[in-house]
Structures are given as structure tokens and as C-alpha cells.
Design a protein around this ligand. Structure first.
Ligand code: KPL
Length: 296
């Protein structure tokens, strides 16, 4: 397939190298001023990719869009102008709600959503490290997307395990709950994921998950609150030495994904008349941190 990776950060670069190795024609689309880009995954040979070449968009069968949730709305219009109506759009990012305001514009295209637990790190612009084996789920955002289950096999062949989930929003909510619990707390406290196992964080983690579970129930998303809470502890243990993406964003004073993580929960809670004070407080804390950098 002709595949363009839009926003080749750590996860995008990981998929770029694996899809290339699986025999696909892969190109990159990003913010650098370049026409070619090379990438090396772990100790594999360096691979060369076309970069920001409009003809790669014109003939793309699949766009794998790995920009952050808050970048989707600004990146998408220019891309849509350059692709064919049959081009499949597959989004892979933390958080939810990035496509809500765009669903009319996306209606003609087959659109897929995904969530992955692979770990990746980009220590240099041309280097990506696969730091943890994970799993990927993909599923449809709209009716044309529901006919694209074969994309699951394409991805599975390149970087297993990949499964098709007809109700991908269920998996996205599960991941959202995990991010609501781990990301803002690690960012505010400036701690690694593993430090959240300290008993002093237990009550706050319990409350975050109880609030998210209440919103999930209101949204008719199946949820077992105790299992979800246990999953958060498993992720904390499995990623103990990692710094969460929001912690890293805060350290580097970069815009975070808070609007699409706890912010999304707060907006959904408001729609259902639910109070989510702990998520609201975390949302406001990260927002005020962000504002302090832009005002400085
Ligand atoms: O997705 C993550 C993130 O950092 O954004 C977790 C699961 C918390 C791992 O660090």
C-alpha cells in the first residue's frame, strides 16, 4: 500500500519503519523543511523516506495520522485538500474528542480510530527505539470506515498484535481513563509513573477512576470500575520507569493533551449533569501551568 505517516513522532516513526519493512511504500509528512528523511529503528538498518512530497499524499491509500489530539484540527484541512476520496484515514493519538467538530468534513472518507500500548522513544530526529511490546486496536469512526477491517491485517503483518474492535470507542474510553489517572498527576507532581504506586496517591487515583467510570456509564460505555482501577495499577507497574507524555510536555513547557484527556471527561460530565471535581481540579491545574508559560 501507499502509506503516509502524518506527524512522525515516536509512535509514527515506529510504524513508519515497521510498515516499510513489511514491504509498503511509506512516506512521511511533518513540520520539517525537508524532502527526504531517514529513520533507524533500534539497531535495524537506516531507512530512507520521502518527506513532505505532495504526490505521496495524492496517491496515498492510507494516512496514519499520529499528530497529537490538539494538532488534528489544524493539520487536517490541508491534508484533505490533497488526498483522494477513497484514502483511508487512521488516527492514533492519546485522548478523545479531536474529531468531534470535524465529523462532517470527514464524512466522505473511510475513517478509523486506534489505540496502542506499544512503547516508543525518539532520542534523536533520525532514531526511534521500540521500548515496549504492546497491542493495537483499531475500529471504525464512520460507516465507510466500517468496511476497512482489512487495514487490521496490514498493520498486524507489520507490528503485531493488532485487533479489530467494532466498538473502538470502548477501548478509547478505557485508555482515556488510564491517561486521566496517570498523566496529570505525574505531570503535577513531577514523578515517574511508578511513583504513583505510593499509598499517598491511592485515594486520588480511586476518585479519578470513580468519576470517569460514572461518565462512561452515562455515555453507555460498558465499564467495570474495579477492573478499571486494577488496570491503572497494572499500567503504573508496567511503565514504572517511564515519564508520562504529559510529564514530559510539562517539563519542556509544551502544550499538553489535557483538553482531550481530563478536559474531555469534564465536558462530557457537564453534558450529563455529573460532578467530576477531581478531574476538574486536575484539568484546571494543568491549564493554569500552560497559561503561565504562554504569559511568561
Ligand atoms: O499513555 C501513556 C502516556 O504517557 O501518555 C501512559 C499509558 C500513561 C504511559 O506512560
Amino acid at each position: 500500500m501507499n502509506i503516509v505517516i502524518v506527524g512522525p513522532g515516536a509512535i509514527g516513526s515506529l510504524w513508519a519503519t515497521h510498515l516499510h519493512q513489511a514491504g509498503h511504500q511509506v512516506a512521511l509528512w511533518g513540520t520539517q523543511n525537508a524532502t527526504h528523511w531517514s529513520l533507524q529503528c533500534d539497531e535495524q538498518p537506516k531507512l530512507n523516506f520521502a518527506y513532505n512530497q505532495p504526490d505521496t499524499l495524492h496517491r496515498a491509500d492510507l494516512l496514519l495520522i499520529t499528530v497529537k489530539a490538539w494538532q488534528v484540527a489544524s493539520a487536517l484541512p490541508a491534508l484533505l485538500e490533497q488526498i483522494a476520496d477513497e484514502t483511508i484515514l487512521l488516527f492514533m493519538h492519546n485522548g478523545m474528542g479531536a474529531l468531534e467538530a470535524l465529523s462532517d468534513r470527514l464524512a466522505p472518507y473511510p475513517v478509523l480510530l486506534s489505540t496502542t500500548t506499544h512503547g516508543a522513544l525518539k532520542p534523536a530526529p533520525d532514531k526511534v527505539l521500540h521500548t515496549g511490546q504492546g497491542q493495537t486496536q483499531i475500529g471504525p469512526f464512520n460507516t465507510p470506515g466500517a468496511r476497512c477491517e482489512f487495514v487490521c491485517d496490514v498493520l498486524q503483518h507489520a507490528l503485531p498484535q493488532v485487533s479489530w474492535n467494532q466498538h473502538i470507542e470502548h477501548a478509547l474510553w478505557q485508555k482515556l481513563a488510564i491517561n486521566c489517572a496517570i498523566n496529570p498527576l505525574t505531570a503535577i507532581e513531577q514523578i515517574s509513573n511508578g511513583e504513583l504506586a505510593d499509598p499517598r496517591y491511592r485515594a486520588r487515583l480511586d476518585n479519578i477512576i470513580a468519576e470517569v467510570a460514572a461518565v462512561m456509564r452515562a455515555e453507555h460505555i460498558p465499564v467495570d470500575q474495579h477492573a478499571l482501577r486494577a488496570t491503572v495499577d497494572l499500567v503504573i507497574a508496567a511503565t514504572a520507569r517511564n515519564r508520562s507524555s504529559m510529564h514530559q510536555d510539562v517539563v519542556h513547557q509544551r502544550q499538553t493533551e489535557i483538553d482531550f484527556i481530563n478536559g474531555y471527561v469534564v465536558r462530557k460530565a457537564q453534558q450529563h449533569g455529573l460532578a467530576v471535581p477531581v478531574n476538574q481540579q486536575l484539568y484546571q491545574h494543568i491549564q493554569s501551568l500552560q497559561q503561565s508559560w504562554t504569559q511568561a
